[in-house]
Design a protein. Structure first.
Length: 344
């Protein structure tokens, strides 16, 4: 995959299209929030949490702050750090964010795989220019779990258009390597469903995929650690499985875009890692997490190929990719119709 960035003139010419896409995505996010009458009280216990308080101190100095979008995640769930009507992440400032589970249900503390910050570029796209202020210089990160503060973590790397991610250790003191086994990978899968493609997403795919995603603008990464300044896992890119297979149920009608790709969202039952022709590393979701579903996105070339319907059980295999759009998520990219087989 090429990571070459478009020139400034091209960027300027595409700015309006980027803005339209972002506005469409933002309105959909707002629509996904449950109404007050559907909200329920979240009750934490010794093994589950309901709220995270994230406190970030930005270094004091000219150009240390940022106006770019910033996300925070713990592995299977992420949040946009944004205070309404407030200019976050200014130089020398301390910003505090109260983060709640999106479905108002408690999350297992063991699901905290890491504390990760991610800075976007202009227009909210990774791989885009940082803007006039340049890199963001976060100084410290402090996370409290249901009001109980964890040790302050020093952030030792500015985030910019080259180094997008920074990752620190969770409460148990060890960052989980999602490539180490199929079981570890299942732990890193989303516990929140991917957002449905909007009509604008489907229509604009014929130019956003070749012009944006394939040029590194909120694109697909084979190894996201190549953009992680903290190097929390070391050199792990060589340990990524050559092929990943997933069994699961299609939980919404797949979205067909004009780029020739069908976006298929799976409720995962099983993951298999294949390395050097050996496909014996399998993990069942119910054995890893009996409480919650885990979700995975598939990008499938649908030209002249049938696409599975909603509620269909399938087995899909392909290459593993990380989509850098918004908070980011795992995807499987297939190569042929043989990579996607119906099971019922």
């Amino acid at each position: 995959m090429s990571t070459q960035r478009p020139g400034f003139a091209t960027v300027a010419g595409l700015a309006v299209l980027l803005s339209l896409t972002i506005l469409a995505s933002s309105s959909h996010v707002r629509a996904q929030q449950p109404p007050d009458k559907e909200k329920q009280k979240c009750l934490p216990d010794e093994t589950h949490f309901c709220t995270l308080t994230v406190k970030i101190t930005t270094e004091k100095g000219r150009g240390a702050g940022t106006d770019n979008a910033v996300y925070f995640d713990i592995g299977p769930i992420g949040w946009r750090l944004n205070t309404s009507h407030h200019n976050d992440f200014e130089s020398g400032r301390v910003d505090v964010f109260e983060l709640k589970t999106l479905d108002y249900k408690p999350i297992r503390k063991s699901d905290i795989l890491w504390f990760r910050l991610q800075k976007k570029g202009l227009f909210g796209y990774t791989g885009f220019h940082d803007g006039f202020d340049g890199a963001w210089h976060p100084q410290t990160l402090e996370v409290s779990i249901d009001g109980q503060p964890r040790p302050i973590i020093r952030v030792d790397k500015p985030l910019n258009s080259k180094w997008w991610f920074w990752r620190g250790c969770p409460p148990n003191g060890r960052v989980v390597n999602p490539y180490s086994s199929a079981a570890s990978f299942v732990r890193s899968l989303r516990i929140q469903q991917n957002k449905e493609l909007s009509s604008i997403d489907k229509f604009t795919g014929f130019f956003t995929t070749p012009l944006f995603k394939k040029n590194g603008l909120s694109g697909w990464l084979k190894c996201m650690e190549t953009r992680e300044g903290s190097n929390s896992l070391g050199n792990v890119c060589g340990s990524i499985p050559e092929r990943v297979c997933a069994r699961g149920t299609v939980y919404r009608k797949p979205g067909k875009s004009l780029d020739g790709l069908a976006t298929i969202d799976l409720d995962v039952d099983e993951i298999t890692f294949c390395r050097k022709g050996n496909c014996t590393d399998r993990a069942l979701r119910k054995n890893i997490d009996p409480e919650r579903s885990r979700y995975l996105r598939v990008e499938y070339e649908h030209k002249a190929n049938s696409v599975p319907a909603k509620d269909r059980k399938v087995r899909v295999c392909g290459e593993l990719r990380w989509d850098t759009d918004r908070e980011g998520w795992w995807e499987i990219h297939t190569h042929s119709k043989e990579d996607l087989l119906p099971l019922n």
